[in-house]
Ligand binder design. Sequence first.
Ligand SMILES: NC(=O)c1ccc[n+]([C@@H]2O[C@H](COP(=O)([O-])OP(=O)(O)OC[C@H]3O[C@@H](n4cnc5c(N)ncnc54)[C@H](O)[C@@H]3O)[C@@H](O)[C@H]2O)c1
Length: 309
Amino acid sequence: MSGYRHALVTGGAGFIGHHLVRRLLGNGIAVSVLDDLSMGQRQRVDPAARFIEGDIRSPEAVREALAGVDCVFHLAARVTIRGSFESFYDDMDINLMGTANILRELPASNVRHFSLASSMAVYADCESAVPVPESHTTNPIAPYGVSKLAAERLCAQMLATAGIRFSALRYFNTYGPGQTFTPYVGVITIFINRLLAGEPPILFGDGEQRRDFVHVDDIVAGTVATLAGEPGIYNLGTGRDTSVRELAQQLLALLGPERTVEYAAAQEGELRNSIADVSAARRGLGYRPTRRLAEELPELVEMLRAAVR
Ligand SMILES: NC(=O)c1ccc[n+]([C@@H]2O[C@H](COP(=O)([O-])OP(=O)(O)OC[C@H]3O[C@@H](n4cnc5c(N)ncnc54)[C@H](O)[C@@H]3O)[C@@H](O)[C@H]2O)c1
Protein backbone atom coordinates (compact mmCIF):
# COMPACT_ATOMS: atom_id res chain seq x y z
CA MET A 1 0.00 0.00 0.00
CA SER A 2 1.38 3.44 -1.03
CA GLY A 3 4.93 2.12 -1.18
CA TYR A 4 5.40 2.07 2.60
CA ARG A 5 6.89 -1.13 4.00
CA HIS A 6 7.58 -0.64 7.71
CA ALA A 7 5.65 1.49 10.20
CA LEU A 8 6.51 2.54 13.73
CA VAL A 9 3.45 2.78 15.98
CA THR A 10 4.21 4.61 19.22
CA GLY A 11 1.67 3.72 21.89
CA GLY A 12 0.99 0.49 19.96
CA ALA A 13 0.14 -1.41 23.15
CA GLY A 14 -2.67 1.06 23.92
CA PHE A 15 -6.35 1.02 23.00
CA ILE A 16 -6.26 2.57 19.54
CA GLY A 17 -2.63 1.60 18.91
CA HIS A 18 -3.10 -2.17 19.14
CA HIS A 19 -6.00 -2.07 16.67
CA LEU A 20 -3.87 0.04 14.32
CA VAL A 21 -0.96 -2.41 14.56
CA ARG A 22 -3.23 -5.27 13.57
CA ARG A 23 -4.66 -3.33 10.60
CA LEU A 24 -1.22 -2.32 9.29
CA LEU A 25 0.05 -5.90 9.52
CA GLY A 26 -3.08 -7.04 7.68
CA ASN A 27 -2.23 -4.57 4.92
CA GLY A 28 1.19 -6.19 4.50
CA ILE A 29 3.16 -3.46 6.31
CA ALA A 30 5.80 -4.56 8.84
CA VAL A 31 5.29 -2.92 12.25
CA SER A 32 7.52 -1.88 15.13
CA VAL A 33 5.90 -0.73 18.37
CA LEU A 34 7.40 1.63 20.95
CA ASP A 35 5.46 1.69 24.20
CA ASP A 36 6.53 2.10 27.82
CA LEU A 37 3.55 0.02 29.02
CA SER A 38 2.52 2.77 31.44
CA MET A 39 -1.05 2.20 30.23
CA GLY A 40 -0.62 -0.30 27.42
CA GLN A 41 -0.58 -4.08 27.65
CA ARG A 42 2.20 -6.10 26.04
CA GLN A 43 0.02 -9.18 25.48
CA ARG A 44 -2.41 -7.41 23.18
CA VAL A 45 0.29 -6.35 20.70
CA ASP A 46 0.16 -8.69 17.72
CA PRO A 47 3.16 -11.04 18.03
CA ALA A 48 4.05 -10.35 14.38
CA ALA A 49 5.10 -6.81 15.39
CA ARG A 50 8.57 -5.98 16.71
CA PHE A 51 8.11 -4.66 20.25
CA ILE A 52 10.40 -2.16 21.94
CA GLU A 53 9.57 -1.36 25.54
CA GLY A 54 10.72 2.20 26.06
CA ASP A 55 9.83 5.82 26.61
CA ILE A 56 9.27 8.22 23.70
CA ARG A 57 11.36 10.74 25.68
CA SER A 58 14.43 8.48 25.46
CA PRO A 59 16.62 9.23 22.41
CA GLU A 60 18.10 5.70 22.53
CA ALA A 61 14.69 4.01 22.61
CA VAL A 62 13.41 6.19 19.74
CA ARG A 63 16.54 5.52 17.65
CA GLU A 64 16.17 1.78 18.18
CA ALA A 65 12.46 1.95 17.30
CA LEU A 66 13.10 3.94 14.10
CA ALA A 67 15.54 1.39 12.66
CA GLY A 68 14.31 0.26 9.24
CA VAL A 69 11.10 2.31 9.48
CA ASP A 70 9.72 4.47 6.61
CA CYS A 71 6.52 5.80 8.26
CA VAL A 72 5.45 6.72 11.80
CA PHE A 73 2.08 6.70 13.55
CA HIS A 74 2.63 8.62 16.76
CA LEU A 75 -0.06 7.70 19.27
CA ALA A 76 1.88 7.44 22.55
CA ALA A 77 0.55 10.02 24.99
CA ARG A 78 -0.86 10.53 28.41
CA VAL A 79 -4.55 10.60 27.68
CA THR A 80 -6.38 12.63 30.28
CA ILE A 81 -8.62 15.62 29.91
CA ARG A 82 -10.03 16.55 33.29
CA GLY A 83 -7.07 14.80 34.95
CA SER A 84 -4.63 17.00 33.07
CA PHE A 85 -5.13 19.89 35.50
CA GLU A 86 -3.43 17.76 38.16
CA SER A 87 -0.87 16.19 35.87
CA PHE A 88 -0.16 19.07 33.50
CA TYR A 89 3.61 18.85 33.87
CA ASP A 90 3.77 15.15 32.97
CA ASP A 91 1.25 15.63 30.17
CA MET A 92 3.41 18.33 28.59
CA ASP A 93 6.58 16.36 29.17
CA ILE A 94 5.23 13.24 27.45
CA ASN A 95 2.84 14.67 24.86
CA LEU A 96 4.93 17.65 23.75
CA MET A 97 8.55 16.93 24.70
CA GLY A 98 8.14 13.22 23.85
CA THR A 99 6.96 14.31 20.39
CA ALA A 100 9.88 16.76 20.13
CA ASN A 101 12.26 13.93 20.98
CA ILE A 102 10.89 11.78 18.12
CA LEU A 103 11.08 14.73 15.70
CA ARG A 104 14.70 15.27 16.68
CA GLU A 105 15.60 11.72 15.59
CA LEU A 106 13.78 11.77 12.25
CA PRO A 107 16.35 13.48 9.99
CA ALA A 108 18.77 10.57 10.54
CA SER A 109 16.04 8.00 9.71
CA ASN A 110 14.37 6.84 6.49
CA VAL A 111 10.95 8.13 7.58
CA ARG A 112 8.93 9.73 4.73
CA HIS A 113 5.51 9.99 6.39
CA PHE A 114 4.36 10.95 9.90
CA SER A 115 0.82 10.77 11.31
CA LEU A 116 0.06 12.32 14.70
CA ALA A 117 -2.85 11.29 16.91
CA SER A 118 -4.29 14.64 17.95
CA SER A 119 -7.63 15.30 19.59
CA MET A 120 -10.91 17.17 19.57
CA ALA A 121 -9.55 18.64 22.82
CA VAL A 122 -7.63 21.24 20.74
CA TYR A 123 -10.87 23.09 19.96
CA ALA A 124 -12.51 25.96 21.78
CA ASP A 125 -15.86 25.03 23.25
CA CYS A 126 -18.83 25.36 20.92
CA GLU A 127 -22.03 26.99 22.19
CA SER A 128 -24.29 25.15 19.80
CA ALA A 129 -24.46 21.46 18.96
CA VAL A 130 -23.13 21.70 15.41
CA PRO A 131 -20.28 19.79 13.75
CA VAL A 132 -17.05 21.80 13.83
CA PRO A 133 -14.68 21.92 10.85
CA GLU A 134 -10.90 22.01 11.26
CA SER A 135 -11.04 25.81 10.89
CA HIS A 136 -12.98 26.10 14.18
CA THR A 137 -11.07 28.17 16.75
CA THR A 138 -8.38 26.19 18.55
CA ASN A 139 -8.38 27.29 22.17
CA PRO A 140 -8.07 24.24 24.41
CA ILE A 141 -9.90 24.42 27.73
CA ALA A 142 -7.67 21.83 29.45
CA PRO A 143 -3.87 21.34 29.56
CA TYR A 144 -4.20 18.03 27.68
CA GLY A 145 -5.57 19.95 24.67
CA VAL A 146 -2.73 22.46 24.95
CA SER A 147 -0.21 19.60 24.76
CA LYS A 148 -1.93 18.14 21.70
CA LEU A 149 -2.22 21.48 19.90
CA ALA A 150 1.42 22.35 20.63
CA ALA A 151 2.52 18.92 19.35
CA GLU A 152 0.50 19.45 16.15
CA ARG A 153 2.09 22.85 15.53
CA LEU A 154 5.61 21.63 16.27
CA CYS A 155 5.20 18.62 13.96
CA ALA A 156 3.85 20.81 11.14
CA GLN A 157 6.87 23.12 11.31
CA MET A 158 9.63 20.58 11.84
CA LEU A 159 8.30 18.02 9.35
CA ALA A 160 7.85 20.66 6.64
CA THR A 161 11.49 21.64 7.20
CA ALA A 162 12.56 17.99 7.01
CA GLY A 163 10.46 17.35 3.86
CA ILE A 164 8.42 14.59 5.56
CA ARG A 165 4.70 14.17 4.74
CA PHE A 166 2.56 15.02 7.76
CA SER A 167 -1.04 14.51 8.79
CA ALA A 168 -2.59 15.31 12.16
CA LEU A 169 -5.77 13.48 13.07
CA ARG A 170 -8.11 15.02 15.58
CA TYR A 171 -9.78 11.97 17.01
CA PHE A 172 -13.17 12.50 18.66
CA ASN A 173 -14.54 10.26 21.47
CA THR A 174 -13.29 6.86 20.44
CA TYR A 175 -14.91 3.66 21.72
CA GLY A 176 -14.62 -0.02 21.02
CA PRO A 177 -13.17 -3.26 22.33
CA GLY A 178 -10.02 -3.02 24.44
CA GLN A 179 -10.41 0.58 25.63
CA THR A 180 -7.89 1.44 28.35
CA PHE A 181 -9.82 1.88 31.58
CA THR A 182 -9.19 5.18 33.39
CA PRO A 183 -11.58 7.40 35.34
CA TYR A 184 -10.92 10.25 32.90
CA VAL A 185 -11.54 9.03 29.37
CA GLY A 186 -13.86 6.58 27.66
CA VAL A 187 -17.27 7.42 29.09
CA ILE A 188 -18.87 4.41 27.36
CA THR A 189 -16.43 1.97 28.96
CA ILE A 190 -16.77 3.74 32.31
CA PHE A 191 -20.60 3.61 32.24
CA ILE A 192 -20.74 -0.05 31.18
CA ASN A 193 -18.25 -1.08 33.85
CA ARG A 194 -20.20 0.80 36.51
CA LEU A 195 -23.49 -0.77 35.46
CA LEU A 196 -21.92 -4.25 35.41
CA ALA A 197 -20.68 -3.59 38.96
CA GLY A 198 -24.22 -2.62 40.03
CA GLU A 199 -23.39 1.09 40.23
CA PRO A 200 -25.26 3.93 38.49
CA PRO A 201 -23.68 5.97 35.69
CA ILE A 202 -22.70 9.44 36.95
CA LEU A 203 -23.56 12.43 34.78
CA PHE A 204 -21.54 15.59 35.30
CA GLY A 205 -23.61 18.78 35.26
CA ASP A 206 -26.90 18.31 33.42
CA GLY A 207 -25.62 15.45 31.25
CA GLU A 208 -26.53 17.40 28.12
CA GLN A 209 -22.94 17.56 26.84
CA ARG A 210 -23.04 16.32 23.25
CA ARG A 211 -20.34 14.03 21.95
CA ASP A 212 -19.36 12.46 18.66
CA PHE A 213 -18.73 8.81 19.55
CA VAL A 214 -16.64 7.11 16.89
CA HIS A 215 -15.76 3.41 16.68
CA VAL A 216 -12.09 2.48 16.86
CA ASP A 217 -12.31 0.61 13.54
CA ASP A 218 -13.33 3.85 11.80
CA ILE A 219 -10.51 5.74 13.56
CA VAL A 220 -8.01 3.10 12.43
CA ALA A 221 -9.28 3.19 8.84
CA GLY A 222 -8.93 6.99 8.75
CA THR A 223 -5.47 6.82 10.28
CA VAL A 224 -4.15 4.23 7.81
CA ALA A 225 -5.68 6.27 4.96
CA THR A 226 -3.16 9.05 5.65
CA LEU A 227 -0.50 6.91 3.94
CA ALA A 228 -2.21 7.37 0.56
CA GLY A 229 -4.29 10.49 1.20
CA GLU A 230 -3.66 14.20 0.93
CA PRO A 231 -1.49 15.37 3.89
CA GLY A 232 -3.39 17.69 6.23
CA ILE A 233 -5.16 18.20 9.52
CA TYR A 234 -8.34 16.17 9.78
CA ASN A 235 -11.18 15.55 12.18
CA LEU A 236 -11.99 11.88 12.62
CA GLY A 237 -15.45 11.43 14.09
CA THR A 238 -18.82 10.56 12.60
CA GLY A 239 -20.64 13.90 12.32
CA ARG A 240 -23.43 12.45 14.51
CA ASP A 241 -23.90 13.47 18.12
CA THR A 242 -25.32 11.90 21.27
CA SER A 243 -25.67 13.51 24.68
CA VAL A 244 -24.04 11.80 27.63
CA ARG A 245 -27.53 11.48 29.15
CA GLU A 246 -28.85 9.76 26.01
CA LEU A 247 -25.86 7.41 26.10
CA ALA A 248 -26.60 6.53 29.74
CA GLN A 249 -30.25 5.86 28.84
CA GLN A 250 -29.25 3.55 25.99
CA LEU A 251 -26.99 1.62 28.36
CA LEU A 252 -29.62 1.49 31.09
CA ALA A 253 -32.01 -0.01 28.54
CA LEU A 254 -29.45 -2.77 27.90
CA LEU A 255 -28.19 -3.32 31.43
CA GLY A 256 -30.86 -2.31 33.92
CA PRO A 257 -34.01 -0.55 32.78
CA GLU A 258 -35.15 -0.31 36.41
CA ARG A 259 -32.06 1.68 37.42
CA THR A 260 -31.43 5.43 37.29
CA VAL A 261 -28.49 7.75 36.76
CA GLU A 262 -26.80 9.95 39.35
CA TYR A 263 -25.69 13.55 38.89
CA ALA A 264 -22.47 15.24 40.08
CA ALA A 265 -21.01 18.73 39.71
CA ALA A 266 -19.92 19.86 36.24
CA GLN A 267 -16.22 19.25 35.66
CA GLU A 268 -13.54 21.75 34.76
CA GLY A 269 -12.07 21.22 31.30
CA GLU A 270 -15.06 19.43 29.77
CA LEU A 271 -16.35 20.67 26.42
CA ARG A 272 -20.09 21.33 26.17
CA ASN A 273 -20.37 20.29 22.54
CA SER A 274 -17.83 18.26 20.62
CA ILE A 275 -19.01 17.10 17.20
CA ALA A 276 -16.85 16.54 14.13
CA ASP A 277 -17.41 17.89 10.67
CA VAL A 278 -15.71 15.10 8.71
CA SER A 279 -16.13 16.50 5.20
CA ALA A 280 -12.42 17.37 4.89
CA ALA A 281 -11.41 13.82 5.86
CA ARG A 282 -13.94 12.48 3.35
CA ARG A 283 -12.34 14.53 0.58
CA GLY A 284 -8.67 14.21 1.59
CA LEU A 285 -8.57 10.66 2.92
CA GLY A 286 -11.66 8.98 1.48
CA TYR A 287 -12.79 8.59 5.12
CA ARG A 288 -16.23 6.99 5.47
CA PRO A 289 -17.15 6.05 9.06
CA THR A 290 -19.53 3.10 8.97
CA ARG A 291 -20.22 2.12 12.59
CA ARG A 292 -23.30 3.40 14.42
CA LEU A 293 -23.21 3.73 18.19
CA ALA A 294 -26.65 2.25 18.90
CA GLU A 295 -25.80 -0.84 16.82
CA GLU A 296 -22.39 -1.32 18.48
CA LEU A 297 -23.39 -0.94 22.14
CA PRO A 298 -24.94 -4.42 22.68
CA GLU A 299 -21.77 -6.20 21.47
CA LEU A 300 -19.56 -3.90 23.51
CA VAL A 301 -21.62 -4.63 26.63
CA GLU A 302 -21.25 -8.38 26.03
CA MET A 303 -17.48 -8.07 25.56
CA LEU A 304 -17.06 -6.12 28.79
CA ARG A 305 -19.39 -8.52 30.61
CA ALA A 306 -17.23 -11.44 29.47
CA ALA A 307 -14.09 -9.58 30.56
CA VAL A 308 -15.31 -9.06 34.14
CA ARG A 309 -16.48 -12.67 34.56
N1 LIG B 1 -9.39 7.41 23.12
C1 LIG B 1 -9.87 8.58 22.68
O1 LIG B 1 -11.08 8.83 22.74
C2 LIG B 1 -8.95 9.61 22.06
C3 LIG B 1 -9.53 10.81 21.62
C4 LIG B 1 -8.70 11.78 21.07
C5 LIG B 1 -7.34 11.53 20.91
N2 LIG B 1 -6.80 10.36 21.35
C6 LIG B 1 -5.35 10.15 21.17
O2 LIG B 1 -5.12 8.88 20.58
C7 LIG B 1 -3.90 8.33 21.06
C8 LIG B 1 -4.15 6.93 21.60
O3 LIG B 1 -5.08 7.01 22.68
P1 LIG B 1 -5.65 5.70 23.42
O4 LIG B 1 -7.07 5.97 23.75
O5 LIG B 1 -5.30 4.49 22.63
O6 LIG B 1 -4.84 5.77 24.80
P2 LIG B 1 -4.06 4.64 25.60
O7 LIG B 1 -3.71 5.22 26.93
O8 LIG B 1 -4.81 3.36 25.56
O9 LIG B 1 -2.73 4.48 24.72
C9 LIG B 1 -1.60 5.30 24.85
C10 LIG B 1 -0.38 4.39 24.87
O10 LIG B 1 0.79 5.22 24.98
C11 LIG B 1 1.68 4.60 25.89
N3 LIG B 1 2.54 5.64 26.47
C12 LIG B 1 2.17 6.63 27.34
N4 LIG B 1 3.25 7.37 27.65
C13 LIG B 1 4.29 6.86 26.98
C14 LIG B 1 5.67 7.19 26.89
N5 LIG B 1 6.19 8.23 27.61
N6 LIG B 1 6.49 6.45 26.09
C15 LIG B 1 6.00 5.39 25.40
N7 LIG B 1 4.70 5.02 25.44
C16 LIG B 1 3.85 5.74 26.22
C17 LIG B 1 0.78 3.92 26.93
O11 LIG B 1 1.43 2.86 27.62
C18 LIG B 1 -0.36 3.42 26.06
O12 LIG B 1 -0.13 2.11 25.59
C19 LIG B 1 -3.37 9.32 22.10
O13 LIG B 1 -2.40 10.14 21.49
C20 LIG B 1 -4.59 10.14 22.48
O14 LIG B 1 -4.22 11.43 22.91
C21 LIG B 1 -7.57 9.38 21.93
